[in-house]
Design a binder for this molecule. Structure first.
Ligand SMILES: [Ca+2]
Ligand SMILES: [Ca+2]
Ligand SMILES: [Ca+2]
Ligand SMILES: [Ca+2]
Length: 482
């Protein structure tokens, strides 16, 4: 049984155990065995103003056999009804799944402005200031009163093949969990389509991403850089007796699934040996040389990824932040980045809101116009081709209270076996099973996570999968086409 001792940026919460039966398991490929027989494979959802910029991407996708169609948000609002705009979008996706048997959904649009805007119109949605709206989950704790979930747009059906509305009790509060006097919603969560988002704020960003994706896929990656996996980790929590370096353990577990890749470890524990350590200088230098995969496991906020030196919980190694990203010079050698830590993919930030230190912007007053993960992804001349991380706080187990709780036959440290550490490492487990279309790796990881704890499911498990967002093309062929 999994216990619930988890940490958020150094704060300890102890929660009572809660369980949710997730019902019959529905796996995408079992449910839709004839996907290739459909008329379209992918639908792109974007505002009309991005249409012309997306044409090249659509042509390219069709040329590599991913039949792709664009549907504008304006058309969807005209043609589909729903409680709010996110639900209208979701009903369109359901229709596209039913009619065309689509497999992938690419949302192109974030907030409209870098400078200001309403990130959350009401408890359930962000729409007014957004090119493509977002659903907020009302899975709350002391740290934050909800967070964005694009998994909402992927979980179309529940196990009974009913529309998975995420407001199962129809009380008008979506994905509720942990609100006093409010009944929790029962969610299926299993993805039925693979959803990625490019939270672009203007046509320039759309154009950057279209060029990056086309160039990446049209060139089979050179193994001299692609077959490198760069991992970055260090000390997270004080666990007297075990004294593990949790971030490094998660990285090592992920590497164990990637035998074909050469490991480059940027570890806090390398300090004494003079090896690479999680500082701006070493991260910049290493990533600039290019790698196929880049994994961070540690702490974060929308501005900054960071970790501690071994046994020293007062000082940070420095890590890397948004302001450093222009210095990355890896050009076309673009990794898939998986980033473990709080709020690094919290894509509702604006310059004004962070400058004012508005509630739940989480940057402690550091002004930024976009979150770390998106800044990394949409960077010109380098950065990543796609980034997967959390839109809200992420959680981990510490010490070794439990045996092999994830049931893989190995009693690893608990930090590797639960919550963010587990979902982070499992991406590589799924990729290693020849799942090399990015959205399928993302969706397969979420499915595996849900399958692993049917009997001890809790609100943190729910949050861990809900908040894990893919910034990138879900139909992306990892490593490019031959
Ligand atoms: Ca509800
Ligand atoms: Ca589902
Ligand atoms: Ca530790
Ligand atoms: Ca295990």
């Amino acid at each position: 049984m999994k216990g619930i001792i988890y940490f958020v940026v150094g704060l300890l919460f102890i929660s009572s155990f809660a369980a949710l039966g997730v019902g019959k398991k529905v796996v995408v490929n079992e449910k839709y065995p004839n996907l290739l027989g459909g008329e379209y494979d992918m639908v792109i959802i974007a505002p009309a103003k991005f249409s012309s910029t997306l044409n090249k991407l659509i042509d390219h996708k069709n040329s590599v056999g991913i039949n792709t169609i664009l549907k504008t948000t304006e058309e969807i609002y005209d043609e589909y009804t729903g409680v709010d705009k996110p639900e209208q979008i979701k009903y369109f996706i359901k229709d596209a799944l039913d009619t065309w048997e689509i497999k992938y959904v690419l949302l192109v649009g974030g907030m409209k402005s870098y400078l200001y805007g309403v990130s959350r119109d009401d408890i359930n949605q962000g729409s007014k200031s957004w090119y493509v709206p977002v659903r907020y989950c009302n899975n709350i704790d002391d740290w934050e009163p909800g967070f964005i979930s694009d998994l909402y747009f992927a979980d179309i059906y529940d196990s009974e093949m009913n529309f998975s509305s995420w407001d199962s009790n129809e009380d008008g509060i979506y994905a509720a969990w942990g609100i006093p006097s409010v009944e929790n919603d029962v969610l299926d969560l299993y993805p039925d389509v693979y959803v990625g988002r490019l939270p672009c704020r203007n046509k320039i960003e759309v154009s950057i991403m279209v060029k990056k994706i086309i160039k990446y896929e049209m060139t089979l990656a050179d193994p001299t850089w692609f077959n490198k996996m760069v991992v970055v980790g260090g000390e997270n929590w004080n666990d007297p007796g075990t004294d593990w370096l949790e971030g490094e353990l998660v990285c090592n577990k992920a590497l164990s699934y990637m035998p074909e890749f050469s490991a480059v470890k940027i570890f806090a524990s390398n300090r004494d040996s003079g090896g690479l350590v999680p500082t701006k200088k070493d991260i910049k230098k290493t990533v600039s040389e290019g790698c196929g995969f880049l994994l961070f496991s540690g702490f974060g906020n929308p501005f900054n990824w960071n970790t501690h030196w071994p046994g020293d919980f007062e000082t940070w190694t420095g890590g890397i932040n948004c302001y450093h990203l222009p210095m990355l010079s890896n050009k076309e050698k673009l990794p898939i980045c998986i980033i473990g830590g709080n709020c690094l993919s919290q894509f509702n930030v604006t310059l004004l809101a962070t400058l004012r230190n508005d509630p739940f912007m989480h940057t402690m007053g550091v002004p930024i116009s976009e979150c770390f993960s998106w800044r990394l992804t949409r960077k010109i001349n380098g950065g990543s081709i796609a980034t997967i991380g959390a839109t809200g706080a992420s959680y981990g187990l510490i010490g070794n209270m439990y045996d092999d709780i994830d049931g893989d036959g190995i009693d690893d440290p608990d930090c590797v076996e639960g919550y963010n550490g587990y979902i982070t490492r499992e991406f590589f487990d799924i990729y290693n099973q020849s799942v090399d279309i990015l959205g399928e790796t993302w969706g397969g990881t979420i499915t595996k996570y849900i399958d692993t704890w049917p009997d001890t499911w809790d609100e943190i498990d729910s949050k861990t999968v809900q908040e894990w967002v893919l910034f990138g093309d879900p139909s992306l062929k990892i490593g490019g086409y031959p």
